[in-house]
Write a protein that binds this ligand. Structure first.
Ligand SMILES: CCCCCCCC/C=C\C=C\CC(=O)SCCNC(=O)CCNC(=O)[C@H](O)C(C)(C)COP(=O)(O)OP(=O)(O)OC[C@H]1O[C@@H](n2cnc3c(N)ncnc32)[C@H](O)[C@@H]1OP(=O)(O)O
Length: 280
């Protein structure tokens, strides 16, 4: 499709996305007029913790971008935190039906983002623990600001990162570093993350990050989108197939895990600690 035609379609999507954002407003989508790249900004205050509603909007946004053959997407945050990960309140004293929908939607978001045909960049403009890190690991390129942290810190909450969380990290930094990171629940500083390859670039500001992200996506301008996306599928296909095959068992494991007394106690203490931190 010619770029002018494509941009006209993108503008139509932008109009739809703007209307949608106005109605629901947890995700804002802006399509760059020149490049056709969408900037997807998460905006659930205060820390973009991923609850059912935010995950649902992310899922709908990704579906819209895929349908409109997006040129690329940059995922970032409207706040000083990229994402605080899964909303702990979705797992603490959960309603079983909602918990089921919550986890299924998280799985859907992972599948859509991990297998997106268009190029994806995470512009990590603040802390990205656990589910926040997972979101960025689904992208093809990660750009981060200084003085932030990123990692799968689930063990610090007394829970275990599911196998597809671990695989997402392993595919980026390798088995050895993933094992060390997961067993300790490590949150990497920006410098540590760069050193281990968990992120690709450090920028001083979000604006600089947006430019770099556009540059990364622009680097595919002369590559056939078909060849690009099939190559991505070749590399990621095994991880995706294994997640999809195991998703029902994974859901049951999640539901059983969060019902355990010990896990509930741990989550309760963690929530208390977060609240005390704010009061201090
Ligand atoms: C063998 C396989 C087994 C498989 C079993 C499956 C089981 C796996 C299950 C779950 C996996 C979960 C993954 C997750 O993502 S869990 C979430 C982990 N997240 C964190 O640990 C981050 C916690 N938050 C922070 O560290 C900070 O908030 C930070 C993001 C650094 C931002 O700091 P700051 O700007 O100082 O903001 P505050 O800490 O003051 O927080 C502001 C308010 O937001 C609330 N908050 C923060 N994080 C969360 C969260 N994740 N969920 C819900 N609420 C959160 C915080 O309590 C403050 O609230 P309030 O204003 O009411 O006091």
């Amino acid at each position: 499709m010619a770029l002018s035609q494509h941009l006209s379609k993108s503008r139509q999507f932008l109009a739809i996305a703007r209307n949608y954002s106005a109605a629901a407003s947890l995700v804002n989508v802006e399509v760059n007029d020149k490049s056709g790249v969408a900037v997807v900004t998460l905006q659930r205050p205060p820390v973009n913790s991923l609850n059912l509603e935010l995950l649902t909007e992310i899922k709908q946004t990704l579906t819209g971008l895929e349908k409109n053959k997006s040129r690329g997407a940059i995922i970032t945050s409207a706040f000083k935190t990229f994402s605080a990960g899964l909303d702990i309140l979705e797992m603490y004293k959960p309603n079983p039906d909602r918990a089921k929908e919550f986890w299924t939607t998280l799985q859907d978001v992972w599948i859509s983002l991990y297998s997106a045909q268009f190029p994806t960049v995470a512009l990590i403009n603040g802390p990205a623990p656990a589910g926040g890190c997972l979101l960025s690991l689904c992208c093809e390129y990660r750009i981060m600001v200084p003085k932030a942290v990123i990692g799968l810190n689930e063990t610090q909450l007394g829970i275990v990162a599911p196998s597809w969380f671990a695989a997402s990290m392993e595919n980026v930094i390798g088995k050895r570093q993933t094992e060390l990171a997961l067993t300790t629940g490590k949150l990497f500083t920006t410098d540590e993350a760069l050193k281990v390859g968990l992120i690709d670039e450090v920028v001083q500001t979000k604006e600089e990050g947006l430019e770099k992200a556009q540059g990364f996506i622009g680097s595919f301008a002369r590559i056939s989108p078909f060849a690009r996306s099939l190559s991505k599928q070749t590399v990621r296909g095994g991880t995706i197939r294994s997640m999809v095959k195991g998703r029902e068992a994974d859901l049951q494991l999640f539901l059983a895990t969060i019902q355990q007394d010990q896990v509930q106690k741990g989550l309760g203490l963690y929530i208390e600690a977060l609240k005390k931190k704010q009061a201090a």
